[in-house]
Design a protein around this ligand. Structure first.
Ligand code: URP
Ligand code: ZN
Ligand code: ZN
Ligand code: ZN
Length: 467
């Protein structure tokens, strides 16, 4: 028994096109597109018709950087796979790629098994995994080959957090050399963590304990230095490189230079760096702790370089780095010592709307919105064209988006399992109305109609974005 849905009358927007078209969905996949009102489209019959007149019909968002239930700083990110993927769906995201963690002294396989168990049967939308490699050794390197074959094709390494996730340059080079052979993509947290730890110690010794000092010690120059070093190590290894959560204009410049040289070097930024700044970190009464993440928020002047990088394709992807910690009981762990504030911001529900606001504000075009939020993350991480576009054969992960609706972001109305919004009170134009995941209604006219366990693990091919 085939099941058919037709979405009629909307403006279909992909990374490459904007067309007034009807979309036919059959058995969870896009079956056909035809110009609205034409005999071809009118001839379609379906069990379900969705009227998208006056709305956008866009691919479901692909958020390639989330941390559901991440253990960090003695606590856990507050969204589970169940609550976090439900919130993602509310925000028009239909695929996440989360980070499984190898802890020091353990295998990659153990980490992956643990994260598979956390997510299995819980997710409202489809998901994949990257692997955080915290312990590069000869066994780990061999395991990387196996993981790539199994669809875990990207590996995060940290130049920050000595003693936790940190890899030294030799470990980084070895992992990059391996990925040059097996097709994996190294994702780099580029901050000089050894130097930062010295500055943290010195700041605390001076009595500088407030959240804003988190931003001061994690200097833009130390992000730029690490970005430069990672690029050179990748060049030596002959491997591609994806730098995560880029926030400093100096780091964008490093990426731009490397790309001008023709290197396969890519950069991701996040909404918090585009919309928030050190002004938020400086909010009184420990409110600044809500904005503690790494890389840190930067002074406002950095934002225009991030927007420009997104327009010039020196930055290719906007992910959320969704890693929520409640203010009460979690962020508060760092009262009197900013270095004990768990790092991370909520945002998985906000990304598509904030980037639509960027369209409204004139920072990017509508197609670029879809490119940086859907198509390129899918290509970068081997999910395309199953995810990230609306084309025959693609999974029917589709969002009906109302570009004229007004909303005010707030913890009162969001669905993330966290007691504050990083964008509290912000008005944005545009709102998700209906969301389909593989043809099933997950959000129906602003009602959650999905279920935990609908979302399935999605193995990935290697990077489809290389020069
Ligand atoms: O502050 C952040 N970004 N927390 C999540 C872990 C990471 O480094 O991505
Ligand atoms: Zn073990
Ligand atoms: Zn990171
Ligand atoms: Zn992260």
């Amino acid at each position: 028994m085939s099941s058919r849905t037709v979405i009629r009358g909307g403006l279909v927007i992909t990374a490459s096109d904007e067309i007034h078209a009807d979309v036919l969905i059959e058995d969870g996949r896009i079956a056909a597109l035809a110009a609205s009102g034409t005999p071809a489209a009118e001839a379609w019959t379906a069990e379900r018709t969705i009227d998208a007149t006056g709305k956008y019909v866009i691919p479901g968002g692909v958020d390639a950087h989330t941390h559901m239930e991440l253990p960090f700083g003695g606590t856990f990110a507050a969204d589970t796979f169940e609550t976090g993927t439900r919130a993602a769906a509310w925000g028009g995201t239909t695929t996440i790629v989360d980070f499984a963690v190898q802890s020091v002294g353990h295998s990659l396989r153990e980490g992956l098994d643990t994260w598979n168990a956390k997510a299995d049967g819980k997710c409202a939308i489809d998901y994949g995994f990257h692997m955080i490699v915290s312990d590069v050794n000869s066994e780990t390197l061999k395991e990387m080959d196996l993981l790539v074959e199994e669809g875990v094709t990207s590996f995060k390494q940290f130049m920050a957090y000595p003693g936790v996730f940190y890899s030294d340059d030799g470990q980084i080079l070895r992992a990059m050399q391996r990925s040059a052979e097996n097709g994996g993509l190294i994702m780099m947290h580029a901050e000089n963590g050894i130097a930062i730890d010295v500055l943290v110690e010195q700041a605390l010794a001076r009595g500088e304990t407030d959240p804003r000092y988190h931003g001061e010690v994690r200097k833009a120059l130390l992000e730029a230095e690490a970005t430069h070093r990672a690029i050179k190590l990748a060049q030596v290894a002959g491997a591609p490189l994806y730098v995560v959560h880029v926030s400093a204009m100096e780091a964008v410049a490093e990426l731009a230079r490397a790309r001008d040289e023709g290197l396969n070097v890519f950069g991701e930024t996040c909404p918090q760096y585009l919309f928030l700044s050190t002004d938020n970190l400086a909010e009184p009464d420990f409110e600044g702790s809500k904005y503690v993440c790494s890389t840190p928020l930067r002074p406002k002047e950095h934002q225009k370089y991030l927007w420009r990088g997104l327009r010039t394709n020196d930055l290719q992807v906007v992910s959320t780095d969704h890693c929520p910690f409640c203010f009460v009981g979690q962020k508060e762990l760092g009262r009197g010592d900013f270095s004990k504030i768990p790092n991370g911001l909520p945002g998985v529900e906000n990304r598509m709307d904030l980037l639509h606001q960027a369209v409204v504000d004139g920072h990017i075009t509508r197609r670029r919105w879809i490119e940086i939020a859907c198509a390129t993350p899918a290509r970068m991480f081997g999910l395309y064209p199953k995810k990230g576009t609306i084309a025959p054969g693609a999974d029917a992960d589709v969002v009906i988006y109302d570009p004229g609706a007004e909303q005010i972001m707030s913890a009162e109305t969001h669905h993330m399992n966290v007691d504050y919004s990083a964008y509290e009170g912000k008005s944005v134009t545009g709102r998700v109305e209906t969301v389909l995941s593989r043809g099933e209604l997950v959000i129906t006219e602003r009602e959650f109609t999905g279920r935990a366990g609908h979302g399935v693990y999605t193995p990935r091919s290697t990077c489809q974005y290389l020069n």
